[in-house]
Design a protein around this ligand. Structure first.
Ligand code: NAP
Ligand code: HSE
Length: 421
């Protein structure tokens, strides 16, 4: 089986190298030899650590008749969508790791692909076979909930901030050097990459058609050392969570930093590792753990898709047969989310301020679960207050944050983290 690798960067070069290094076992499992016959790049002068023939002329590669499978590893959204559409129209199989493209175009691609094999295992959680697990292994279940750490870079940063008191920028740089981060790392730290992956899982679990702009997406950029101090003191850890669950006949999809109790199994997923807990009505909870980013781990999933194609396996791309009539579940509006919340406020340290804040919270239906005030430095006229709430409505919390921001005794924009578990 001849394959072309469109994009020979971190993941593409690992695919080429593993296909060569593990050729025996891959051929034995696939039932045929898988040959990477050409790679496409932008800059032919760049030094690379793999030795397949390269070109910068993508159109000449798409026009070839001797390629059986195209592996899209370029990144981006519209350009790869155009390229992949062109390939599918020629009825040639495609494998991709591109979750950003799938977050916007997965249903169009499913229609275009029809019976043509389309693999995307590597698009969610790097080396963990979560697509296969959800689409095939758990296919008998109604999925009640998915809670996951789906971005290796953010988890690597948060873990190092919590365990080694590292600085955000230093750890991000290290994650980029290790090949974990996206070409534009704001996708990682802004929560967008995890959201792209969540939308893919949401389609397999619930058939939802949302796009990134339809769901709640918050990143880790504003998580401070004070939040980490509070978390550690109250036996929590902070993780960037991706959550999909059925609530009142609708589907809730959200990505945001969350405080979770430190003995929760997801709390123990550290570094570049990803972890996904899936709750099915028949199976109960099952947990998937492994490396979420990096060339070799991601290439492992890409090649698993190639082997599936060589074996002639046929699975409906998003897990449902095209003829099935599913009730389409709506997305739960963001303001209707209910969970517990942590609030951090920087305020003037004087008589009556705390009373005003707690009054404002109670007038807006927020019930306080715990409270902490750090003793202030003698030279400082401000202090930091930390609150956690009982289960509250997102719209109430947002209203309180907006009202507090306009109070004269509040020095900085109030900051909130949702609490899970
Ligand atoms: P990367 O290192 O930036 O590699 C991208 C490759 O694509 C480069 O070789 C680049 O050429 C080539 N390229 C980009 N635009 C092109 C165009 N228009 N025409 C021809 N070649 C083009 O990216 P990566 O980390 O390997 O990621 C690739 C894909 O896998 C992305 O969709 C990413 O989201 C996904 N992914 C990555 C990881 C990971 O851990 N890195 C994990 C899961 C999924 P030059 O080398 O000449 O610049
Ligand atoms: N940038 C992504 C991450 C790569 O850090 O998880 C894997 O999809």
């Amino acid at each position: 089986m001849n394959v072309a690798i469109l994009g020979v960067g971190t993941v593409g070069s690992s695919v080429a190298n593993i296909l060569k290094r593990n050729q025996d076992i891959i051929s034995a499992r696939a039932g045929m030899k898988i040959n990477p016959v050409v790679g496409v790049v932008k800059d032919l002068n760049k030094k690379r650590d793999c030795d397949i023939p390269l070109t910068d002329d993508i159109n000449s590669v798409i026009a070839r008749d001797d390629i059986d499978v195209y592996i899209e590893l370029m990144g981006g959204v519209e350009e790869p969508y155009r390229v992949v559409s062109q390939i599918l129209k020629k009825k040639k199989a495609v494998v991709t790791a591109n979750k950003a493209m799938l977050a916007y175009h997965r249903y169009d691609l499913q229609n275009l692909a029809s019976d043509t094999p389309f693999g995307y295992e590597a698009s969610v959680a790097g080396g963990i076979p979560i697509i296969k697990s959800l689409r095939e292994g758990l296919s008998a279940n109604h999925i009640k909930k998915i809670i996951g750490i789906l971005n290796g870079t953010s988890n690597y940063i948060l873990t190092n901030m919590m365990k080694n008191s590292s600085k955000f920028e230093d750890v991000l740089k290290k994650a980029q050097e290790l090949g974990y981060a996206e070409a534009d790392p704001t996708f990682d730290i802004g929560g967008f990459d995890a959201a792209h992956k969540l939308l893919i899982l949401g389609s397999i679990a619930y058939g939802v058609r949302g796009k990134p702009e339809d769901i709640l997406i918050k990143g880790i950029k504003n998580v401070s050392s004070e939040d980490i101090f509070f978390a550690l003191d109250f036996d929590y850890v902070i993780k960037l969570l991706a959550i999909a669950k059925k609530t009142d006949g609708k589907v809730e999809l959200r990505v945001h930093p969350a405080l979770i109790p430190k003995d929760n199994i997801i709390a123990k997923v550290n570094g570049v590792m990803n972890g996904i807990s899936v709750y099915g009505d028949a199976v109960g909870e099952s947990m998937y753990y492994g490396p979420g980013a990096g060339g070799e781990a991601t290439a492992s999933s890409v090649i698993a898709d190639l082997i599936d194609i060589a074996r002639g396996n046929k699975n409906p791309m998003l897990g449902y047969q095209p003829t099935s009539k599913l009730e389409e579940l709506e997305l739960l509006p963001i303001n209707e989310i209910k969970t517990k919340y942590y609030l951090r406020l920087r305020v003037e340290d004087r008589v009556g301020v705390l009373a005003k804040i707690t009054n404002l919270m109670s007038e807006n239906h927020l019930s306080i679960d715990s409270f902490l005030q750090k003793p202030r430095q003698s030279s400082d006229e401000y202090t930091t207050l930390f609150f956690t709430t009982h289960i509250s409505l997102e719209s109430d919390v947002k209203r309180v944050m907006g009202l507090l921001q306009n109070e004269p005794y509040v020095k900085e924009r109030p900051f909130m983290i949702r609490i899970e578990g």
